[in-house]
Design a protein around this ligand. Structure first.
Ligand code: G
Ligand code: G
Ligand code: MN
Length: 401
C-alpha cells in the first residue's frame, strides 16, 4: 500500500513518516507542495492508495488541493491532518464529500498514534468493501440498461417510526444493484450514471413498480405501511410523470396518500416551471411529496415557498449529534418550527443513537429513520423485524410521555 503525504512543514512530514513506518507502512511519498502531489496523482492516481493532506499551506492550500484532486480520474481516499479548529475542518470534509471524494477522517496535529491506527483501519475496511463492490469501477451505460431490464435492481427498505407512538409508519425504498460480478452496488455508483445516460426514467419506473407491488403485498398481509420512493430531478422533466405514477398506483389498488415521493432539494432547479407543473399535479392527485436532505441545498426557503411539498426530511448531517451540538440543535429546532408553520410533516433521517431519538421526540419531530432503528433491509425481512421492534417500542416511548 502506497501512501502520499502532503504538508508544507518538512518536520511534520518526517514525524508522520516515522509514525507510519512504525505501524508497518513503508511505501511513502512525501510532498511539500500541493502542485507536486497533484502532478503525481494526475499521472497515476491508481498507484496511490491513500493521501494524508494538510490544510494550511502557503501557495495551494488544502481546499484548492481538494478541488483539483476531484478532477483527477479515480482519486484515492483522503485523510486530513490539520491544526485548524473542528468547524473549519468539518467544512473542508463536507466540501470534499460534495466533490464525491472519499474522506476517511481527520487527524489533529500533533497526530496521536491511536488516531492514525484508526484511519488506517478505516482504510482497510474501505478497500475490502471496494474489492467486494467494485466501488471505484465505472460501469458502462449498457451494463446498467441490461441490469434494469434484467431485474438486477433490488429494493431495500428502511423503516420509519412515529416518534410519539413508536409505531412503524412506513419505509423508504433504497435501490441496490445486485451485480453478477461485483456483488451489491450502492446507488451513488449508478444513479448519477443513470441520470447522465438517460436511463433514470426506466430506473425510477422499475423501482417504483417494485415498491408499489411490495406495498400491496404488505397491505394484503395486514401491514399498512406508507412507501417512500426517491426520485431524481430528471424525472421531473417529463410532463406525463404524474400520469405514469398515478397509473402505477391504481394498478396496485393503493391509496395515493400511501406513496411519498422524495425529491432532493439540492437538485431543484433554476427553471422551476416544469418541475412545479409536475409536482403540483402530483399533489392534486394526493400523492405525498417530500423535500429530501433538507438543509443541504442553497435556496431551501424559496423552494419551500414555491413548491407544494407536504413533508420535510431533515438531512442526517443535522440530525445525528443535535442533542449535544448547539448549532445543530438550533438548525433542527428552527427547521421543525418552519415545517410546523407550513403544516408539513417532519422526518429526521440519520437517527443513530438513543440521544438523537430522545432529542427529536422532545423537539416534536414526527418521524424518525436511521441506524438506531435499523439499517435498510430486504422486504422479506421486514415482518420479522417489526415483531422485534414491537418488543423494543414500549421502552422508547415511555421516556417521552
Ligand atoms: O442507502 P443509500 O446508499 O441507498 O442511498 C444513497 C442515496 O441514493 C440516497 O441519497 C438516496 O436518496 C439515493 N437513492 C436510493 N435509491 C434511489 C432511487 O431509487 N432513485 C434515486 N433517484 N435515488 C435513490
Ligand atoms: O439521501 P437519502 O436521504 O435518500 O439517503 C438515505 C441514505 O442514508 C441511504 O444511503 C441510507 O443507507 C443512509 N442512512 C440511513 N440511515 C442512516 C443513519 O442512521 N446514518 C447514516 N450515516 N446514514 C443513514
Ligand atoms: Mn431519501
Amino acid at each position: 500500500m502506497k501512501i502520499l503525504l502532503l504538508d508544507d512543514d518538512p518536520l511534520a512530514l518526517q514525524v508522520l513518516s516515522v509514525q507510519l513506518r512504525n505501524l508497518g507502512f513503508h511505501s511513502l511519498v512525501a510532498c511539500e507542495h500541493a502542485e507536486d502531489a497533484l502532478e503525481l496523482l494526475a499521472r497515476d492516481a491508481e498507484s496511490i492508495d491513500l493521501v494524508f493532506c494538510d490544510l494550511q499551506m502557503p501557495g495551494m492550500d488544502g481546499v484548492e488541493f481538494v478541488r483539483k484532486l476531484a478532477a483527477v480520474r479515480a482519486p484515492p481516499p483522503l485523510v486530513f491532518v490539520s491544526g485548524e479548529d473542528q468547524r473549519l475542518v468539518e467544512s473542508v470534509q463536507r466540501l470534499a464529500k460534495a466533490h464525491r471524494l472519499e474522506v476517511l477522517g481527520t487527524l489533529h496535529k500533533p497526530v496521536p498514534v491511536e488516531g492514525l491506527r484508526g484511519v488506517l483501519e478505516t482504510h482497510h475496511a474501505y478497500t475490502r468493501e471496494l474489492t467486494a463492490t467494485g466501488i471505484r469501477a465505472i460501469y458502462p451505460p449498457d451494463d446498467l440498461r441490461r441490469a434494469i431490464e434484467g431485474g438486477e435492481l433490488v429494493n431495500h427498505y428502511q423503516p420509519k417510526i412515529d416518534l410519539r407512538t413508536g409505531r412503524v409508519v412506513g419505509v423508504e425504498t433504497l435501490v441496490r444493484w445486485r451485480h453478477p460480478q461485483d456483488g451489491l452496488v450502492f446507488p451513488d455508483r449508478f444513479i448519477p450514471l443513470a441520470e447522465e445516460a438517460g436511463l433514470i426514467d426506466e430506473l425510477t419506473q422499475a423501482v417504483l413498480v417494485a415498491a408499489l407491488a411490495q406495498s400491496r403485498s404488505w397491505r394484503d398481509a395486514g401491514w399498512e405501511l406508507d412507501v417512500a420512493v426517491n426520485i431524481s430531478m430528471n424525472n421531473l422533466a417529463q410532463l406525463d410523470f404524474p400520469d405514469v405514477v398515478a397509473a402505477a398506483i391504481s394498478a396496485m389498488d393503493l391509496p395515493p396518500q400511501s406513496l411519498i415521493l422524495e425529491v432532493t432539494e439540492s437538485q431543484l432547479m433554476r427553471d422551476v416551471r416544469i418541475p412545479l407543473d409536475i409536482l403540483t399535479r402530483l399533489r392534486l392527485r394526493r400523492i405525498d411529496l417530500s423535500i429530501d436532505d433538507f438543509g443541504t441545498g442553497h435556496s431551501s426557503l424559496a423552494q419551500l415557498r414555491d413548491l407544494p411539498f407536504n413533508e420535510l426530511k431533515l438531512d442526517r448531517g443535522f440530525v445525528h449529534g443535535a442533542a449535544t451540538d448547539r448549532s445543530l440543535r438550533a438548525l433542527v429546532e428552527n427547521s421543525l418550527r418552519l415545517a410546523g408553520e407550513l403544516e408539513m410533516r417532519t422526518v429526521a433521517e440519520g437517527v443513530e443513537t438513543r440521544a438523537d431519538w430522545d432529542f427529536l421526540a422532545a423537539a416534536g419531530c414526527n418521524h424518525a429513520q436511521g441506524y438506531f432503528i435499523t439499517r435498510p433491509m430486504l422486504a422479506e425481512r421486514l415482518p420479522e423485524w417489526i415483531s422485534q421492534w414491537d418488543l423494543r417500542r414500549p421502552e422508547l416511548i415511555r421516556a417521552v410521555s
